[in-house]
Design a protein around this ligand. Structure first.
Ligand code: MG
Length: 151
């Protein structure tokens, strides 16, 4: 089955204005599988638009949106017309914002927490409430390619 991947931007594909080096490799890989990568970012429109230009969102993603809040409705609308694609994945560093609302409307989650010693306790707390039947955790974006068969 062809899959839809809705990527978060900040701390998932970019840190500040730097794009993670593996991003384009992973996107190429997904396009080669016939999958559909999309981009969904929350935040200030002007700031996000600048980042969307940096990552060439219009060319690199099938759909891309900046929103004030990632609600279940936002996720649902974004994958409108892709009902035959399965599964839909939301990929992001923030379980509460990027993954949980997507799970409500039938997505699966790929959580890449960017764990540091500073957020270790919070990350562990979130880990204990994750719906592991519908979410997998990865250490880096590159695992999307390496563990693709598990998806
Ligand atoms: Mg993020």
């Amino acid at each position: 089955m062809k899959k839809v991947f809705v990527f978060d931007l900040d701390d998932t594909l970019m840190v500040g204005t730097d794009i993670f080096p593996e991003v384009f490799d992973v996107l190429d890989f997904l396009y080669n599988q016939g999958d559909v990568p999309m981009l969904l970012s929350k935040g200030d429109k002007v700031v996000q638009d600048r980042k969307f230009s940096a990552i060439d969102a219009g060319n690199n993603f099938f759909r891309s949106r900046v929103v004030d809040q990632k609600t279940p409705e936002v996720f649902e609308k974004l994958v409108g017309g892709f009902m035959t694609y399965h599964p839909w994945y939301s990929v992001g560093n923030d379980y509460i914002s990027d993954i949980a609302p997507a799970l409500e409307v039938g997505f699966k989650g790929i959580w890449i927490p960017n764990e540091t010693w500073e957020n270790q306790d919070d990350t562990d707390k979130i880990r204990s409430s994750v719906d592991w039947s519908r979410c997998i955790e990865m250490k880096s974006l590159m695992e999307l390619k390496e563990r693709y068969r598990e998806l």
